[in-house]
Design a protein. Structure first.
Length: 233
C-alpha cells in the first residue's frame, strides 16, 4: 500500500459518509429489489452486493478506474473524456446513470477544491463545458492521482464506498441492525480478498470494461416509475 499518514487520512476522508458526494440518497436499484422481494434480509443483501461486485464493479468500473488512473497520470484530457463516455455508456437505466453522474460530478468538483492544480482545474472546466460527464470511476481515479495516492488504495477506496453505500441503504430498507450490516461487510471483504478480484483488477488482464446485471437494471428502471420511494430516482 505504501501510504503516508496524510495519504491514508485523505483516503479515509474521501470514503467517509460525511463526504459530500450524495451517495446516501441513492439505492441504485436496491429499494426496488426489497419491494419486489428479491432482497428480503441480510443474507439477500449480501448476495446482492456480491453479485454487483462480481458482474459489474470489478469487470466494469474497476477496469475503467484503472485505465483512467493511468491516463490521469499523463494528464491526457482527451483520453480521460473517452473513458468517461465509455463508463457512462455502461449505465443503461437513467436512474443508475444520473445518480452516478451526480456523485462523479461532485467528486471532480471536490478534487479541484481540495487538490488545486492546473490539471484539476482543467478537468473542472471540462466538466463545466460537458467534455467530462462525471463517470464516478473516472472521477475517483482523478482524485487518487491528484492526491498522489497509489492505484491499489484508490481502487480499494472506490470498492469500499460502493459496498458500504449498499449496506447503508439496506439498513434503511430492511429489518436488520448495525451489527448485521458490519457482518455483511466483513463477508464482502473476505470474498474480495480471497477470490483474487483485487489482483485481477490490478493486473490489467481485462482491457475492455464489461457489465452484465440485467435484473438490477430492470429494477432500477421500475424504481424510476415507483409511486412511493425512499431513495432518489
Amino acid at each position: 500500500m505504501n501510504l503516508s499518514a496524510e495519504a491514508l487520512l485523505g483516503l479515509l476522508q474521501w470514503c467517509d459518509s460525511l463526504f459530500p458526494a450524495g451517495g446516501y440518497a441513492h439505492s441504485f436499484g436496491l429499494e426496488e429489489g426489497v419491494r419486489d422481494g428479491t432482497v428480503r434480509d441480510g443474507e439477500g443483501l449480501f448476495r446482492s452486493i456480491r453479485a454487483k461486485m462480481a458482474h459489474s464493479i470489478f469487470p466494469g468500473e474497476c477496469v475503467v478506474l484503472r485505465a483512467a488512473y493511468a491516463v490521469a497520470l499523463r494528464q491526457n484530457l482527451t483520453a480521460l473524456s473517452a473513458l468517461d463516455e465509455e463508463g457512462m455508456a455502461m449505465r443503461l437505466p437513467m436512474e443508475l446513470r444520473e445518480g452516478s453522474r451526480a456523485m462523479g460530478r461532485r467528486w471532480i468538483q471536490m478534487t479541484a477544491d481540495l487538490y488545486p492544480s492546473s490539471w484539476t482545474k482543467e478537468c473542472l472546466k471540462a466538466l463545466e463545458k460537458g467534455r467530462l460527464k462525471g463517470e464516478p470511476a473516472v472521477a475517483f481515479a482523478l482524485a487518487g492521482v491528484a492526491a498522489e495516492r497509489p492505484l491499489l488504495p484508490t481502487l480499494i477506496g472506490y470498492v469500499y464506498g460502493i459496498a458500504s453505500g449498499q449496506v447503508s441503504a439496506g439498513l434503511r430498507l430492511l429489518p436488520m441492525g448495525q451489527g448485521e450490516g458490519q457482518r455483511i461487510l466483513t463477508r464482502v471483504w473476505k470474498e474480495i480478498c480471497e477470490g483474487g478480484a483485487l489482483e485481477e483488477a490490478l493486473s490489467g488482464g481485462a482491457s475492455t470494461p464489461a457489465s452484465f446485471q440485467p435484473a438490477l437494471e430492470i429494477r432500477a428502471m421500475r424504481h424510476e416509475m415507483a409511486e412511493m420511494r425512499l431513495f432518489q430516482s
